[in-house]
Design a protein around this ligand. Sequence first.
Ligand code: NI
Length: 207
Amino acid sequence: MLLQIPELLNAEELAWARVLLRDAPWADGRGSAGTQAVRVKNNQQLPHDCEAAQRVRTLVLAGLDANSTFFSAALPKRVFTPRVNRYAGASNFYGNHIDNAIRALPNGNKVRTDLSCTDYDGGELTVTDTYGEKTVKLAAGDAVLYPGTSLHQVKPVTRGQRLACFLWIESMVRSDEQRRLLFELDMNLLGLRQQHGETDETTALTG
Ligand code: NI
């Protein structure tokens, strides 16, 4: 399932994030790529512990925490520390790759990357799944959630810059199909409540 989540960050938070990232200490993004990905990766990334990265991460994590659509779709168990990257100028694309299936946290714990989430401004992301290739271009502050197993790429940014915060999620539900069914059940239950109010049937469905 590929899901767009509108307005994860509001206008005020976005403006603040842009200020934070303007003079941030950008570094070559290849440092964090695996052996396959490093050959197609050409972007910039913020050091994990710099102030700008920490502040943007806090904004994005608070946005995710407050977002019920994200919760229902991801059913998050563990979230890997969000990172921040930039595509601009000569460092402007990330070719086809699949993110590492397992990531290590600073404390040594491992996170299985069931889902990838990107929250960004500008630039096209294409994700390939069983339904073919889909192109996503979001408004600033929106997020997109997609299976960690999918082949994806960031097309070259030819004008301006693409700023993104991205993270991986280990879900309480491993299977993409089961997660999708639960999400659809939840969304339809929500729709039924809006149309008919709370009924015995909607109450029973919450089980
Ligand atoms: Ni990726």
